[in-house]
Design a protein around this ligand. Sequence first.
Ligand SMILES: [Zn+2]
Length: 410
Amino acid sequence: MRLIICLAFVGALVAVPVLVSTQQPASPAATSGVSPHARQVHDAAIVIDSHDDTTQRLLSEKGFDLGTRHENGNIDIPRMRDGGLDALFFSIWVPSDITGPPAVKKAMDQIDAVREAVRKHPNDLVIARTAADIRKAAAEHKIAALMGMEGGHMIDDDLGLLRDYASLGVRYLTLTHFKNNNWADSSTDKPAHNGLTPFGKDVVRELNRLGVMVDISHVADKTFYDALEVTKAPVIASHSSCRAIANHPRNMTDDMLRALGKNGGVVMINYEVSFLSEEYRVASEKQNGDVVTALAAMSKKCGGNEACSTLENARINTEAMKSGKLPKVQWEKIIEHIDHAVKMAGIDHVGLGSDFDGATMPLGLEDASKLPKITDALLKKGYSEQDVTKILGGNILRVMEAVERARTQN
Ligand SMILES: [Zn+2]
């Protein structure tokens, strides 16, 4: 462990040496209330977040640097270090109504933006493609940067393009975003294909062959069951929560959670307040319409700048919670969803998919620096160290390895 010796001068003459470790949380306030034992378990685990929208900031916010600590948003290197985050999937996301070559160009620009951000910070970040890459990065005290593509419309109905994305490092494909595409139905659109079309099933088969994970977050229930029928490898829900607790179509029903467990896959719990709390969801829909409608309206206001849109939306919602205009959603709701998903899918099938920088966070889990609170709460709830380690990242690592094995068998 590297130690930096800082000299703090008291008065003009007395020098007091202060030891600061680069591996320890820089801001103790960030994890206040977390027991030393929980911090130890957290730091020993490989902590993985499967869905972050920070890519939008990289691309559209002039001067945004991952290496600087920010007051707004949820992710940057200092706060990831504070929160002991070892790996994250940067989302490659283009709104559903942008299709064809313009969507492909935007997706390529985002892949480049992620790779360039990693290149700028070689001491902290490294591109990873496999579970082994993530383990290696963690051993070297670097944060592994991976990419997931959020929305099948970006492949422009072309399996060749899907192969190109895979070769550039895309490690999962979310079959749809908020709207249906030409081959799959979305959970937040009117059914058009009765789930997956024959081409949609070919996409799933090609993902299996390439060793790229099939992501069923955002898809219609029928699309989920169709994907499960076709896939030869475990699938993931990169950022979804439980419908039994918050009745939003973006969340998974108990039957879906059980089916995902049987498939060997993993549901990565989303921290968006509308997906965590039924009380908040109902109140906020009454005020602003569904989260999908609210985000579309904000995007228009921001002139299509999606970083502006999500950050502004989160700021307004957080303000409304704090002032009492909307019900307060506390961070412990995340624990409730994790616990429910564990009961339905099994302890080997649940993980963390925050939706940082793409959603409104619950009070108390404002950014990546607060992640050790999840470990502390799960231990206090009676989860064993081994089980907590699975939820923090072990389960998604196992799924990645299974998907990688399925690739070589084809
Ligand atoms: Zn999403």
